[in-house]
Design a protein around this ligand. Structure first.
Ligand code: PMP
Length: 443
């Protein structure tokens, strides 16, 4: 049933209240749409709509996990408050490293030796032998001279972009750039322009136009793998174009580290561009199973960031236990290629099954698997059906994705078994039988 259909059925006051509250979407409550000066009136309205939707099983955010975030999880059911055993299809831990015995042991040993907090930002007393070792490991991973660590991937993008770009500069973004990239660009005060997603003609046009009277420098920012669509940036062509037009290139490796490349090192390895990219940014929160972020680049570039990147200079260092866990995670990546292989077997199997069913999975090529539903109400209803079938998926509405591209975002992991994936497919089939989300044949 579409939102319009719900409204047309409205009869009693209870029914119309129901329709009104269920018709609300997260997009309706963005701050730009606030009709009154009073922010608390706005938050009250938001609270009422989301509480009502939660009662109807339509608000599946911040479900409480009672176990490690593996392929099987225990979740506190939002309604009954009882534990529910579920198949997790919503974690970005693509290799299962967050729960790897070696990684857990490394974190525990670091707590034993160093305690739990770093105590200070890195320039003062928050820089340990562990931080230095991880920087070295990441530089090897990305084929660069040096690396800087940040407390999160989000702050890495904000800290990197706003450090180097200013009002005279131009930032050139793929249309699907992640929020943390956009926020870094906005904070920098640079001119921002976009090109069509993964479209090389469009990028070239923008490079030509922005090159004409360019006063400052130009930075092109792309993602190795796109976070909501799962497709891969054609990095070789992007690199050639950026060099031809004398601009700089930054690649966000959040979803490609551990996934792409012969040995899972990410996009530079996959495209044979190791040592050639100007800025390689990454996070620990996906394949590497932890939290934090990094930038790998030339020595002097990293040194400059260490002094002038405010998100680094003014923030406490990642904790020794997190850093120790990441050192162990890099070791797992290097010595246990089986996880990357299993992930790719799962990607091939699952995507082929979804394509057979004619579901709209965009152009995904990797672990991130969108199933586009298009309508916010329907997306929430399908998420509820999946939840009742013990399948945990993340519903992603507009404005986190483009309009009418509301979707389920499923993430594959190396630790999913074929049986898990078949159960997920059966649950999707059940939901599809009720709320057809197959792509319609073009007329
Ligand atoms: N870049 C991209 C492409 C991302 O998808 C994310 C997180 N979803 C980030 C950066 C931010 O990373 P983190 O969550 O580790 O802060």
């Amino acid at each position: 049933m579409s939102e319009k259909a719900i409204q047309q059925d409205a009869q009693t006051p209870e029914q119309s209240r129901h329709d009104y509250l269920m018709g609300k979407t997260l997009a309706d409550f963005v701050i730009q749409r606030r009709p009154t000066p009073d922010i608390f009136a706005w938050t009250k309205e938001f609270d009422e709509a989301t509480n009502y939707q939660a009662e109807q099983g339509h608000h599946m955010y911040r479900r409480v996990l009672l176990s490690a975030n593996g392929s099987h999880v225990t979740v506190e059911d939002p309604k009954t408050k009882q534990p529910r055993e579920m198949i997790m299809m919503g974690s970005n831990s693509y290799l299962g490293i967050n729960n790897h015995p070696k990684v857990k042991a490394a974190a525990l040993a670091a707590i034993d030796k160093y305690g739990v907090g770093a105590g200070s930002p890195p320039h003062f007393s928050g820089y340990y032998d562990l931080h230095r070792e991880l920087e070295k490991g990441l530089s090897e991973l990305k084929g660069t001279e040096d690396t800087i660590l940040y407390p999160s991937g989000y702050s890495t993008n904000v800290g990197l972009i706003s450090c180097f770009m200013g009002p005279k500069d131009t930032i050139i973004l793929d249309k699907l750039a992640h929020a943390s990239i956009i926020d870094g660009a906005l904070l920098s005060g640079a001119k921002i322009t976009t090109f069509r997603h993964n479209d090389m003609n469009s990028l070239e046009r923008v490079l030509e136009q922005t090159g004409k009277n360019a006063q400052g420098d130009r930075l092109v920012i792309v993602e190795g793998v796109y976070s909501m669509d799962g497709d891969i940036a054609p990095l070789k062509e992007i690199y050639e174009l950026v060099k031809k037009h004398n601009a700089k290139l930054m690649v966000d490796e959040a979803h490609s580290t551990g996934v792409l490349g012969k040995t899972g090192k990410g996009s530079p390895e996959h495209f044979d561009l190791e040592g050639k990219l100007d800025f390689v940014m990454g996070t620990f929160s996906k394949s590497l199973g932890g939290v934090g972020g990094f930038v790998s680049a030339k020595k002097e570039v990293v040194k400059y960031l260490r002094f002038y990147s405010r998100a680094y200079f003014f923030a406490a260092s990642p904790t020794p236990m997190q850093v120790a866990a990441q050192i162990a995670a890099l070791d797992v990546l290097k010595t246990e290629p089986i996880w990357n292989q299993r992930l790719w077997e799962n990607i091939k199997y699952f995507h082929a099954e979804l394509r057979k069913r004619n579901f709209d999975i965009e152009r995904t090529q990797t672990a991130i698997t969108p199933v586009v539903i298009g309508d916010s109400w329907k997306m929430r209803e399908i998420t509820k059906i999946l939840h009742e079938n013990n399948v945990f998926v993340n519903p992603v509405p507009y404005p986190a994705v483009p309009r009418k591209k509301d979707r389920l975002r499923l993430s594959l992991s190396a630790t999913h078994t074929r049986e898990d994936l078949d159960k997920v497919l059966a649950a999707l089939d059940e939901a599809n039988a009720k709320h057809n989300f197959e792509m319609q044949e073009e007329q």
